[in-house]
Design a protein around this ligand. Structure first.
Ligand SMILES: Cc1cc2nc3c(=O)[nH]c(=O)nc-3n(C[C@H](O)[C@H](O)[C@H](O)COP(=O)(O)OP(=O)(O)OC[C@H]3O[C@@H](n4cnc5c(N)ncnc54)[C@H](O)[C@@H]3O)c2cc1C
Length: 407
């Protein structure tokens, strides 16, 4: 259908209309809670369909309560991957320690969930797809928030007006860029680059992750369940981000291959597989830190606003909790300015303590010097002798308020 003019979604019906950009974790979660509070919700996703597969992610602490309140805990328990072992190897491939994932990352026995990102996205989507409008294969081209609502032109040519727009479009959020300016102001580079791709599971690994380290280099193979595919991860330290390579897949492959030249264990085979991979994802490790998460009628949620980086293992949990807190703030205030202020007040501290987990994650996964690696190995050996690791307080640092729409 080729639209001919703007269609009005502003609240002529009394329903607040909200456009969400991004249908991964924070987008559909926000859509669910906004629909529950009586909003008319549209989600636009630039991919042509839900993006399946993907790396395993965790749902812990306060986020577990969010998914319980959404009624999707049983499906997520069914999708739980149940990784049994994390095996750490030295540069020559010899074993340093074999630990449970809980011993490494901290967690609550029997409560934390680890699922494929694509499974989480599919479960969230299934929960809302009958109540919410999804526009796949499209995205926001321009936003004009200067009128009574936000005038949106989509890349497809559609034009519509919404009361509010929320960017749930990830670390490299286009919504953030169009409203707040270039990403560089908010992106905190953590000194590492990584490549993710899948390769055949010729090693017969099952429900385990094997992590190889040399100073400044980490290679990991993640066997999700009994899959015939491994999720491969190659990470290397680099003081400055390789800006020129970020848009050039061939340059990325060369950078990774150069960084791992001469490495032992399975690394040469991983580098070969990376060269052939058709699903290579290359990025820098980084966090998003912003002084504000909204401007006028537009707000940000999830990675777009406060990506904590994979080193915290808390990206999906922050996305789920952030979606709940934003929807709850909007449900309890008719005035969006007051709602966005309430969202920030309620969530800032939780984001800060979870983003702070990054230093611990880097020290465990990505030691950059021989001394730091030796220290890390000692810490892992000690962990192996301890009876149990406590859950990280940061995971549950927010007591979730009741969802309270104003009548
Ligand atoms: C290597 C790696 C390992 C990770 N490990 C973990 C982990 O162990 N535990 C954990 O909790 N988290 C982990 N994460 C992080 C986790 O994946 C994210 O934090 C989480 O998915 C954030 O959800 P989100 O919905 O906010 O953003 P995203 O999942 O990034 O989703 C953004 C969505 O927006 C869409 N989009 C992008 N641009 C546009 C546009 N212009 N218009 C419309 N749609 C658009 C994208 O296609 C995507 O569907 C990891 C991430 C990586 C990269």
């Amino acid at each position: 259908m080729t639209p001919t003019g703007p269609s009005m979604n502003v609240s002529t019906t009394g329903k607040r209309s909200v456009l969400i950009s991004g249908a991964s974790v924070s987008g559909p979660a926000l859509a669910y809670w906004l629909h529950r509070s009586g909003c008319a919700v549209t989600v636009v996703e630039k991919a042509g369909a839900l993006r399946d597969g993907g790396h395993p992610i965790d749902i812990r602490g306060t986020a577990t309560e969010v998914v319980r309140r959404m009624g999707i805990l049983p499906q997520l328990r069914d999708a739980h991957i149940d990784t049994r072992r994390c095996i750490f190897l030295d540069a020559d491939g010899s074993e340093v320690a074999s630990l449970t994932p809980r011993a490494v990352a901290g967690g609550a026995e029997g409560q934390d969930l680890e699922v494929r990102r694509g499974d989480l996205a599919a479960i969230l989507h299934a929960r809302v797809r009958d109540d919410v409008e999804f526009l796949f294969g499209d995205s926001i081209a321009t936003l004009d928030p200067s009128g009574q609502g936000v005038d949106v032109t989509f890349r497809s040519g559609r034009r519509r007006t919404f009361d509010l727009v929320v960017g749930a479009d990830g670390l490299h959020s286009h919504t953030r860029e169009s409203l707040f300016g270039p990403e560089g102001q908010f992106h905190r580079y953590l000194g590492h680059c990584f490549a993710l791709f899948t390769m055949p599971n010729t090693l017969g690994l099952s429900r385990e992750v094997t992590v190889w380290n040399a100073p400044g280099k980490t290679a990991a193979l993640y066997a999700v369940g009994d899959s015939g595919e491994l999720h491969a991860f190659l990470n290397f330290h680099r003081p400055q981000p390789p800006v020129d390579a970020l848009r050039d897949p061939d340059a990325q492959r060369d950078l990774v291959a150069t960084a791992f030249a001469g490495a032992g264990w399975e690394v040469p085979r991983m580098v070969d597989a990376m060269r052939d991979a058709d699903d290579l994802f290359f990025d820098t490790a980084g966090q998003i830190r912003m002084p504000r998460w909204s401007s006028g009628r537009v707000a940000l949620v999830g990675d777009a606003a406060y990506a904590p980086s994979f080193l915290t293992g808390q990206g999906s949990s922050l996305a789920l909790v952030g979606a709940y807190m934003l929807a709850n703030a909007l449900a309890s205030h008719r005035d969006h300015t007051a709602a966005f202020a309430g969202y920030e007040r309620g969530l800032r501290e939780f984001v800060a303590v979870n983003q702070a987990l990054v230093d611990n994650g880097a020290a465990t996964l990505l030691p950059t010097t021989a001394g730091a690696l030796e220290q890390r190995n000692t810490m892992l050996r000690d962990l192996g002798t301890m009876p149990s690791a406590p859950a990280r307080p940061a995971h549950s640092a927010l007591a979730l308020p009741e969802f309270a729409p104003v009548p």
